[in-house]
Design a protein around this ligand. Structure first.
Ligand code: ATP
Ligand code: MG
Length: 158
């Protein structure tokens, strides 16, 4: 289905507006000018975005900041980044973070709820769309998850 990227990202932020306000976490959305309509499975990509934003909220202290960026590093590619300035992930955990049920430090995660499935599902969805996903994090500084999707315009997809 053809989706307006700005609208899609604003709606994600809206779904979390209550939690964001409660935790006094700011969110901003920055979409590059060349990013417009794209063909994608909206429900599945919403699932990816919801998990990334909910993770960012869970692991960012009050007063923190989340940014969602969208760009087109080349014409065939949509790149979306969800970044936060939260607690980050220790380097030793980084290579396991997309595994099913993997959660960093049970103690810090237990209080947050969740099953440790979100990122593995996100990766499956992005892969099924022909895209890639990766995570960068600096312990104590913040986390950034970047995923790409093929930029298929309506015309091209028929
Ligand atoms: P679920 O998504 O199933 O509700 P979850 O959020 O714990 O549970 P994932 O989304 O797969 O599971 O994330 C796995 C683990 O990675 C988290 O438990 C957390 O330890 C770590 N993590 C994920 N995103 C962040 C982030 N933005 N900042 C810090 N740690 C994160
Ligand atoms: Mg999650």
């Amino acid at each position: 289905e053809s989706t307006d990227v700005v609208e899609m990202l604003e709606e994600v932020a809206d779904r979390f507006s209550f939690q964001l306000e409660q935790r006094t976490i700011a969110i901003d959305i920055d979409v590059a000018p060349g990013v417009k309509q794209i063909m994608l499975d909206r429900d599945r990509i919403d699932q990816v975005l919801d998990n990334l934003v909910s993770n960012a909220i869970k692991y960012t202290p009050e007063g923190g900041h989340i940014r969602i960026l969208a760009g087109r590093p080349d014409p065939q590619l949509l790149e979306i980044c969800v970044q936060d300035n939260g607690i980050g992930i220790p380097r030793k955990d980084l290579n396991r973070i997309f595994e099913r049920f993997y959660r960093v430090d049970k103690a810090r995660s237990r209080s947050m709820g969740g099953t440790g499935l979100g990122l593995s599902i996100a990766r499956e969805i992005v892969k099924a769309h022909g895209g890639t996903i990766h995570l960068d994090s600096e312990f104590g500084q913040g986390t950034r998850v970047t995923f790409t999707l093929p930029y298929q315009q309506e015309e091209a997809a028929g």
